[in-house]
Design a protein around this ligand. Sequence first.
Ligand SMILES: Nc1ncnc2c1ncn2[C@@H]1O[C@H](COP(=O)(O)OP(=O)(O)OP(=O)(O)O)[C@@H](O)[C@H]1O
Length: 265
Amino acid sequence: MTELVIKNLSISYGSKNILSDINIPAFAPGSMVGVLGPNGVGKSSFLRALAGLNKYHGSATLNGLELGTMAHQDRARQVGYLPQTLPQGTSLVAYEAVISACRAVRPDLSHPQAQKLAETTFNELGITKLAFQPLHQMSGGQRQMVGLAQVIVRAPAIMLLDEPTSALDLRWQLQVLDVVRRIARQQQGLALMALHDINLALRHCDYVVLFGNGRVLACDDVSRVMTVDHLKTAYQVDGRIEQCSQGTPFVIVDRLSPTPHHHRE
Ligand SMILES: Nc1ncnc2c1ncn2[C@@H]1O[C@H](COP(=O)(O)OP(=O)(O)OP(=O)(O)O)[C@@H](O)[C@H]1O
């Protein structure tokens, strides 16, 4: 059971307000949640706040515990965060990096158990070929997948993934989102993912939180969240919401909106 409840949350840097009045009711456990919105709206800041890396006002509780003040070790166990840009990496090989991520927060596992878990995770993500490659010799996409493996082995209640597919080609985007979905379902946890590709989000998420103009424009079931108005308000584009032959909504962008809404600084 994983319950994330966000009430009157706001995030600012100094006197600069980024997001305010964020109220998000609990999502059904096992859900994939897309965090969408234009560049600079605050998606990363929001995920970082939930990960305990940015201060916030208001409340964000995980199973009743305030994320901002949770003990470091508890948060490391409960909250898995994948940053947007991963460090260049060390000369550690992927397998070692994943095992040490696991051992850091799961003293419950013996070394052989951690090894087994790392192997299973590499298999599941389809990246066994990378296991013995040093991180600093990897491509951006390969490092992104190893970073995700580090999150997955920790088996957190919530995964906060900042653009987890940004460096991945089409096939790997699907592979990664399928694995994240399976894990979220199995563990009855939550995966919150900042995504730029609206159609990828509409296809893979259960819910979408859409930020625009410093607040939540919409937070709803994926089938209802995206509207022509929201596209215009959030992204200043004119577009349409169509349905593909399999019933999934998708967005077609026709043009930039002729009368752009005020752009947030
Ligand atoms: N450490 C910081 N100090 C001051 N301002 C910051 C800091 N980090 C981010 N910002 C500002 O906060 C706003 C939100 O940034 P954030 O990275 O959260 O947006 P985003 O929605 O993730 O953007 P993108 O889609 O481009 O990654 C931006 O205006 C950015 O300039």
